[in-house]
Write a new protein. Structure first.
Lengths: 235, 235
DNA sequence: CCGACTTTGAGAATCCGGTCACAAAGTCCT
DNA sequence: AGGACTTTGTGACCGGATTCTCAAAGTCGG
């Protein structure tokens, strides 16, 4: 039955929903009508059975013998991911990365709006970035409250990361995306994800070594750590 | 026995080695001598049993009743990760992100050296970024060969990502880190990892919705997709 | 309206990773 | 030298995620 049915959605599935979402946007442009799990799998770079199982957690959308109706599925996934509402975001740290993220149209694109940029460095406060002015981190609580910010991005040096995270949590932020190369801990009611450039390269380096040392192909397969699939041969 | 013993190292473990590496660097500064798995776990934000199991895959370094000798372990991990050699890196795409990555001291720090930046846009070719000059993507093969580049970073718009990846592969690159919000496929002898900003935010958004809708704490726990642990309460 | 065909949804089996628990191996104090 | 204590290394267990497989449910042409 097409009732949403509040089952618990496995984390691995949640991590793939954005992939399906993106894939669906692609087909929505060109084609119309429906997609099969097969095609969706191809676009998302995963296997078809997984697509079907993942989607089945959301409820039984999809028609046997036909596939999934693109528009409807798109709607359901975006609802599930909370992309129907707009999430204001604050970026902490105006370094190369912070500035780049602020300028990045890409999540600005879908539902996420960088609403504030703060830094501890008084020299940087007042500077213009994109269409925002850098504000003082001391005003974080006020800023977060006034603009109903729920998501914070940490783009500071490693040394400041934990303290900044603490401040974000105190200010009332409920989700943190950490770009600083440091482990940070947060209370259990706050969600935390991290993106670590150096770590990613080091992982690649590991497999690179393997490749050059041992010869045979197909030795490794990407990394579960990435959420991903790993290198499949070109289809 | 302290023989390296070529066992196969699980992917999940590989993804955590950089964490241990970073943690070890921290203690190497301050303390000296040894660390326990307990302490290492704390610094890396994982649990102690996992640390021990992970390290045991590398061989039995570590002394019962004492812990792990910091310098030695550091050396072993960096050897395993291939950080003893220097990896030249090429960045493709000079947008906000590409430029930020080029400037980013952070992986420049350990073993990874951005040696070339290329773009397809002739207006951008010739521009200075950091201490490099943007080169034409048409010269990619020559550049990769001349400078023995093994790792490529894709920082282009989604629409160009697959083509760029193809060019990188053709040029001889063996590892690719993809920042473009698109699924790309590579032959099986090439390693691929991806970093997707929008995806990360969407995952956070999912859990955010849960938090505000359903109340109880401890509902979710980060994401395996991130490699990570997830929110533990502050210890 | 029937039979061939397509594609989903989900049960079962398998794989992989995480956690627990404890013996083994060492240190250190007396 | 011996006993208490610490900490590693690993075998056993457990749970989640992936893959396989196939019945069920639908479409579509004739």
């Amino acid at each position: 039955m097409a009732v949403p049915s509040r089952r618990r959605i496995p984390e691995a599935t949640v991590a793939r929903l954005p992939l399906y979402y993106r894939a669906l946007l692609e087909v929505a442009d060109k084609d119309v009508g429906t997609v099969s799990s097969e095609r969706l799998a191809e676009l998302a770079g995963v296997n078809a059975a997984k697509v079907r199982k993942d989607l089945s957690y959301l409820g039984s959308y999809g028609t046997r013998g036909v596939g999934y109706e693109v528009e409807y599925l798109l709607h359901e996934i975006s609802r599930e991911l909370g992309l129907t509402e707009d999430w204001p975001v604050v970026i902490v740290g105006v370094g190369n990365l912070g500035a780049a993220l602020a300028n990045y149209r890409g999540f600005g694109a879908r539902g996420f709006q960088v609403t504030a940029i703060v830094d501890a460095d008084v020299d940087k406060v007042g500077r213009r970035i994109s269409d925002l002015v850098v504000e003082d981190i001391g005003d974080l609580s006020r800023i977060v409250e006034e603009r109903a910010i729920a998501i914070g991005i940490v783009a500071t040096p490693a040394s400041a990361a934990q303290e900044v995270a603490d401040q974000l949590v105190d200010a009332g932020v409920r989700s943190i995306l950490n770009f600083a190369p440091a482990v940070i801990t947060v209370p259990s009611h706050v969600s935390l994800r991290k993106v670590d450039l150096a770590t990613e390269l080091q992982i690649l380096s590991f497999y690179q070594r393997r490749l050059t040392a041992v010869a045979p192909a197909g030795a490794h397969s990407g990394a579960s750590a990435n959420d991903d699939d790993g290198p499949e041969g070109r289809r």
